[in-house]
Design a protein around this ligand. Structure first.
Ligand SMILES: [Zn+2]
Length: 164
């Protein structure tokens, strides 16, 4: 295989994600890198583009505008009663829930506010409208397995864990 990142490469990444003010939003967990299948839309498009052609050991700083990350905010919110969720559900702000349109198609929304018996849902990803600053190190890569290519995502570091 090629020793640079291209479509269908499984990539192991260490990363720290901050917003424009330097506030940390997310990071890979300790020694455990993020593993993803390149070229299948599993990470935000702007970061995926920046990683093309990189090699193991490469470190890069990538600034990704909202259009190449989680999109611009559309301002769409919706109030639903708490009773629309199952009784024991542990609802938290920022949590993703699935909603349904009139045609019965499901789409993701995020809990924006909890107000007594009302839950305010937002159609925007919590990071919509945010410019993302990634500090990234390529930790490793390998060829994708046939199953990974069929599924369009990586199956863990060694390709043997199946997490569905
Ligand atoms: Zn799978």
């Amino acid at each position: 295989m090629s020793d640079t990142i291209q479509n269908d490469t499984v990539v192991h990444l260490h990363y720290v994600l901050t917003d424009g003010d330097g506030k940390e939003l997310d990071r890979s967990h300790g020694d455990e890198p993020l593993t993803y299948l390149h070229g299948h839309g599993n990470i935000v498009p702007g970061l995926e583009e920046a990683l093309v052609g990189k090699s193991v050991g490469d470190e890069l700083e990538v600034v990704v505008p909202p259009e190449k990350a989680y999109g611009m905010r559309t301002g769409k919110q919706q109030k639903v009663p708490r009773s629309a969720f199952s009784e024991g559900a542990d609802l938290r702000v920022g949590m993703q829930v699935m909603s349904r349109d009139e045609q019965g198609r499901s789409f993701p929304m995020w809990i924006a506010k909890l107000q007594g018996t009302t839950v305010v849902l937002d159609a925007n990803h919590p990071l919509a409208g945010v410019t993302l600053h990634f500090s990234v190190k390529v930790d490793g890569m390998r060829e994708a397995t046939g199953d990974e290519l069929k599924h369009g995502h990586a199956h863990g570091r060694d390709g043997h864990h199946h997490h569905h």
